[in-house]
Design a protein around this ligand. Structure first.
Ligand SMILES: Nc1ncnc2c1ncn2[C@@H]1O[C@H](COP(=O)(O)OP(=O)(O)OP(=O)(O)O)[C@@H](O)[C@H]1O
Length: 581
């Protein structure tokens, strides 16, 4: 019912939970004093008639008492708010720090939708756990004991009867918990699954529309939503039923206590004031436990949500080193490099290759041979490789992520842009870049005149740069990469799916870069790698051939075959274009 790890995690929130218990308890003590006064007043009125001075004395206690209770309630609410606000702040901070520690590889460990749901609604679920449930748990133990302590001198038998009936409520709660645990696990599995599926379908809406598969996807969503509706109804039914049982115990128990007190009064063993005390306070024995019961379901949701949060916080973190790479050129060497995404399926099977400082090296090979995986390892995205990958003699796993990002820049085939100005998107790469530097980078990729015609650096980009053409987007990505100004550049299919003019332009800039930087080029189009110092041809996670273009052509192996096939195809396509023109 109480999760110690949650409490330990959120030490700061603990003090507010203690305040909540204290304010509730003080409010109960004041209530006892008020009830004791009312009971005494009625008894006195019965014996001596209604006297003004007696009423004034009673009001002198009751009115300040009510005011004090009002203040206690306000202070309780304030402490509850502080406890839950702290929880949200602390937990979201922990999740964020964890994402940072997981580094660029975090998306391999958790889906975006689950992460959003967990840090959004998952954390919200804990608000009630800390803001209400936790303090109520302790107060529900404290209140009946306090009442027993006050009422037992008046009538021990009735007070004991009331005290003994209270544990029936936690008993029901525990029975419900047995069912609820499994049910809630399934509920959250379905809930997070629905979120993942919804996000995926939303992101792939264009593809779904192109293949007119949106109707089928909507039907899928309907089915998943229906499953979620059903499990939600099951959870609600379980909660409602247990609430009803708890109500019966709470009000039934209070009624039994009142009947017992009345019987004692009828037999003359209890005074009028005494019986009135029991009538007015009997329900208070049960109400805190009953309220705990209603918070319990929300508390359980919170605890279940925290299971997910803890599972995320416990994810193994890649060992990130602290070594710095220093300034200057970078020399990269891989020796017997191996890697697999899933244990049973090795992707890289002992790659040995060199990228000497300021060299131009290319990786080619059929789709799925492992080229991007190598780029991913170099960029710190794919952690846990075997063999060795050294940068200036320093093992990559020992290099700090920050240092790595300061020395390597990667441009992929689908660079991401944010809905902001061109200036803001460029400044991501170099926050201190001057206007002149940004314009120079745009000029190098032949984009300056276009951007200037659209309002200059203030031109607003739509989400992910969707108001640019594919070629313009890639050229802008290259300009941003140039501003980053690092000793190593990796281009992973940076020219695929773009117009020939943009491709030529980008390759020109890459060739220019090779004069002063270490460049790793991954390309399907072998014409682009001809000028490389060294070309590695990958096959099934191994290096099948290696050498300069001329050497590989002399070897007359797979590289030469592929090169000649592509040249022929391009000549054919060129010929067709000319004849159409
Ligand atoms: N995140 C991942 N999880 C599991 N398997 C993956 C993941 N990324 C890639 N793979 C697998 O690793 C293998 C190599 O993929 P990789 O992207 O490195 O190949 P590639 O040579 O770059 O291919 P392409 O030229 O088509 O981009 C593929 O069989 C792919 O299925």
């Amino acid at each position: 019912m109480i999760k110690m790890r949650l409490i330990r995690l959120l030490k700061g929130a603990g003090q507010y939970v203690v305040y909540q218990i204290l304010w509730q308890w003080l409010s109960l003590l004041v209530q006892i004093v008020i009830v004791w006064n009312i009971a005494g007043l009625i008894e006195d009125a019965g014996k001596q008639g209604i006297r003004t001075e007696r009423i004034l004395v009673a009001l002198g206690i009751i009115i300040p008492g009510l005011l004090l209770r009002f203040v206690c309630d306000r202070l309780y609410t304030a402490a509850s708010f502080r406890a839950s606000a702290d929880v949200k702040r602390i937990l979201r901070g922990r999740i964020y720090q964890k994402i940072l520690r997981l580094g660029p590889s975090y998306r391999e460990q958790i889906g975006s939708a689950e992460l959003v749901q967990m840090s959004g609604e998952g954390v919200e679920q804990l608000e009630t756990y800390f803001g209400r449930y936790l303090s109520q748990f302790f107060y529900a133990l404290l209140a009946p004991l306090t009442l027993f302590f006050v009422l037992s001198p008046i009538d021990l038998r009735t007070a004991t009867l009331l005290l003994l009936a209270v544990p029936l409520i936690p008993l029901v709660i525990m029975l419900v918990m047995l069912v609820a645990k499994r049910l809630l696990s399934r509920y959250f599995d379905i809930y997070y699954g629905l979120g993942d599926s919804f996000l995926e379908k939303l992101q792939g809406m264009t593809t779904l529309k192109i293949y007119q598969a949106d109707r089928a996807a909507a039907d899928d969503m309907d089915r998943e939503s229906e499953r979620f509706r059903k499990i939600t109804m099951k959870v609600l039914t379980m909660q409602l039923n247990s609430t009803s049982v708890m109500d019966i115990i709470a009000y039934g128990g209070a009624a039994v206590g009142i009947v017992s007190a009345l019987a004692r009064f009828a037999s003359g063993e209890l005074s009028l004031a005494g019986v009135l005390m029991f009538i007015l306070l009997a329900a208070e024995f049960f109400l805190p436990m009953r309220i705990l019961g209603s918070f319990f379901h929300i508390g359980m949701n919170g605890m279940k949500a925290s299971d997910r949060i803890f599972a995320f916080l416990d994810l193994p973190e890649p060992e990130v080193g602290k070594a710095e790479l220093g300034t200057g050129n970078i020399d990269i060497r891989m020796e017997a490099l191996s890697f697999s995404y899933e244990e049973s399926r090795p992707i890289l099977k002992g790659i040995t290759l060199e990228l000497p400082a300021q060299s131009f090296v290319s990786l080619v090979g059929v789709s799925g041979s492992g080229k991007s995986t190598i780029a991913g390892i170099l960029m710190g995205r794919n952690r846990g490789y075997g063999g060795s990958l050294r940068l200036n003699g320093e093992e990559l796993s020992r290099v700090s992520t920050e240092s790595l990002m300061n020395h390597l820049t990667m441009v992929g085939h689908d660079s991401r842009f944010f809905r902001a100005s061109v200036r803001e998107n460029l400044l991501l790469a170099k926050p201190e870049a001057t206007e002149l530097e940004m314009k120079e980078a745009l000029r190098k990729v032949n984009l300056l005149s276009f951007i200037e015609a659209q309002g200059g650096l203030e031109m607003q980009l739509a989400s992910n740069g969707s108001n640019l053409s594919g070629g313009q987007k890639q050229r802008l990505a290259l300009a941003r990469a140039l501003l980053h100004d690092t000793p190593v550049y990796i281009f992973d299919e940076a020219t695929s799916n773009i117009d020939a003019e943009s491709e030529e332009m980008i390759m020109k800039v890459i060739h220019e870069l090779t004069k002063s930087r270490t460049v790793l080029l991954i390309s399907h189009r072998l014409a682009n790698v001809v000028g490389s110092d060294n070309i590695y041809m990958l096959k099934d996670g191994k290096i099948a051939e290696a050498g300069s273009h001329a050497e590989l052509m002399r070897q007359a192996g797979a590289y030469r075959r592929l090169f000649e096939e592509q040249s022929q195809l391009e000549r054919f396509a060129g010929g067709r274009r000319d004849s159409h023109a």
